[in-house]
Design a protein around this ligand. Sequence first.
Ligand SMILES: O=C(O)C(=O)Cc1ccccc1
Length: 311
Amino acid sequence: MRLVYLGPPGTFTEVAAGRAPGTAGAERVPVASVDAALNAVREGEADFAVVPIENSVEGGVTSTLDALGAGRPLSIRAEVLVPVTFVLAARPGTALADVRRVGSHPHALAQCRGWVAEHLPAALAVPALSTAAAAQVLGGAAGEAPYDAALCAEPAALAAGLEVLARDVADNAGAVTRFVVVGRPAAPPPPTGSDKTTVVASLAEDRSGALLELLEQFATRGINLTRIESRPQGTELGRYTFSIDCEGHVADPRVSEALMGLHRVCPRVRYLGSYPRADGLAPVPPPGTADADFTAARAWLADLLSGRPAT
Ligand SMILES: O=C(O)C(=O)Cc1ccccc1
């Protein structure tokens, strides 16, 4: 079994890959970008990809959301939560006052924006493909590097031969990043009672109430959303698709009814998978929306249709 992840070694994604459920014993191969990881799975060069999808401070990882929403379909099999802390690291001999450009993954730059603004007010933020890639580029560059310091995990800094200038430089202690394990389309694993379902849906037309209609499919079935993000369709200003995570599993009656509702009201729905929640939390449906309520309602309807006396 081959698993690719956003590398190089030392990324937070590597930590997530090491904890990915159902991948014990897999050969773990770093790749340069989220697109490269997902395409390796599409092409059959890897069985699974582990990629970041969401952060508790910065929200969705747009490169992942866009890559999952377009191109050949993929399927999310599991999620992994990893706490993230950053150091600011530089080549030996660099002082904090020498740092004019800071390189890292855009989510790391965003999560340390306040610290950098306070301690390095004149520094430029330079995006890199990952935190460990920023450390590697800085440590490996013979002469001029594209930045003077990198924001990364401490082991990545040390592996690249850098020195730590400051620890715990994130603005929010306790930030958590969510990663997903992605494979080629397959039947979902059985429901566990603590699951999430991910879909991408677009609106029928640009009119008032269209988004409300989409959301109603979940609300009327008592389904809580754990993430919703709009992403531009890229065709014209004002056209968006919605990337949504909801509580529950496609095999749960209330979730299956909500997805069928989406299929009725949205021109395009991409089902990306149902998988166990990493936090183990179970949904608390409002009265009348438990799966047993939906099952009982279907049985009642079956009675009506068969002519059996129904109450
Ligand atoms: O670059 C990394 O180390 C990643 O794994 C992506 C990332 C970047 C910032 C916060 C969490 C994950």
